[in-house]
Write a protein of this length. Structure first.
Length: 94
């Protein structure tokens, strides 16, 4: 018997979509974490806490890379969910 079941994966996916949607909706509507920020881009002062991007051009490039990497990671997790739903096994077992 596997520790990963399709029903629990669907529950996790549903809960994750609801929670992330609520958090992002709150941020975009001007919540405490969204005051004065670009509504289409999360981040702000906490994006570069170590000051690695002193140059504004480097900072803009790192922002784009962060968004692209985040989207790629979300798409990969979606693939893991679909794989688990159809095979009934986790990514390690496949």
């Amino acid at each position: 018997s596997s520790l990963i079941h399709a029903q629990s994966i669907l529950a996790i996916l549903g809960i994750q979509v609801i929670l992330m949607g609520a958090i992002e909706g709150y941020r975009v509507s001007g919540g405490p974490a969204g005051e004065g920020l670009d509504k289409n881009y999360p981040g702000g002062d906490y994006f570069d806490p170590l000051g690695l991007a002193d140059d504004p051009d480097t900072f803009a490039e790192l922002r784009v890379k962060e968004i692209k990497n985040g989207r790629l990671a979300m798409f990969a997790m979606f693939g893991f969910y679909i794989q688990a739903i159809f095979t009934g096994k986790g990514p390690v077992e496949n």
